[in-house]
Design a protein around this ligand. Structure first.
Ligand SMILES: [Zn+2]
Ligand SMILES: [Zn+2]
Length: 159
C-alpha cells in the first residue's frame, strides 16, 4: 500500500502526519529599529526547498548530520544576525544580503484534498552558509529587489 506521507529518509519506515522536516532556504534579513537599542528582525524567504523528512528526532539527528557533512557544512546553529560566519568557509555573512539557511522543523502535516498545510511545533536553525559556498543560492542574488514570498516576524531582541 502506498503511504501518503512518504518514507523516513533514515530508517525507510512509512511516515505519519508527525514528521521532522529538513529545509534549505535562501533568505535575507531586515532590521527595524524599535527604540531603546532594540530592533525587530524580519526574515524574507526568497526561496524554500524541502530536502528530507524523518519519522523521529533520532532519525532526523542522524540523517541531517550526515547531509550537512556531505555538503561540507558544520552545524553551527542559526543566527538572526546582523552578521554571522559561514558554516562552510568561515567568512563573514552580511545577513541583509541573500544567504542560505538550513533549518529543522518539527511539524504535523494536515492533508486535505485541495491543499496540504503544516502546523509547526518547533523550528531550529542549523547553519547559515554564504552565497559563495552555495552556487544555487547565487541565483537569487540578482532577484534581491523582487517581493519576498514570506515574512516571519521574530520578537525584538537586544542589539
Ligand atoms: Zn525514521
Ligand atoms: Zn562560505
Amino acid at each position: 500500500m502506498e503511504n501518503q506521507y512518504g518514507m523516513c529518509a533514515t530508517c525507510n519506515q512509512p511516515l505519519t502526519d508527525y514528521q521532522i522536516q529538513f529545509e534549505r532556504r535562501v533568505e535575507r534579513m531586515s532590521y527595524l529599529p524599535m527604540g531603546d537599542a532594540e530592533y525587530q528582525a524580519i526574515v524574507s524567504v526568497l526561496y524554500c526547498e524541502g530536502l528530507t523528512c524523518y519519522c523521529s528526532k533520532d532519525c532526523a539527528c542522524l540523517g541531517i548530520q550526515k547531509r550537512l557533512l556531505d555538503r561540507g557544512i558544520k552545524n553551527t546553529g542559526g543566527s538572526i544576525g546582523p552578521v554571522t560566519s559561514c558554516a562552510k568557509c568561515g567568512s563573514i555573512i552580511d545577513m541583509t544580503q541573500p544567504h542560505v539557511h538550513y533549518v529543522k522543523m518539527e511539524v504535523t502535516v494536515k492533508k486535505k484534498p485541495s491543499q496540504t498545510s503544516l502546523t509547526v511545533h518547533d523550528e531550529e536553525g542549523l547553519a547559515d552558509v554564504c552565497i559563495n559556498c552555495d552556487p544555487d543560492g547565487a541565483l537569487f542574488a540578482p532577484t534581491e529587489q523582487s517581493e519576498p514570498i514570506e515574512h516571519t516576524i521574530i520578537p525584538p531582541v537586544r542589539a
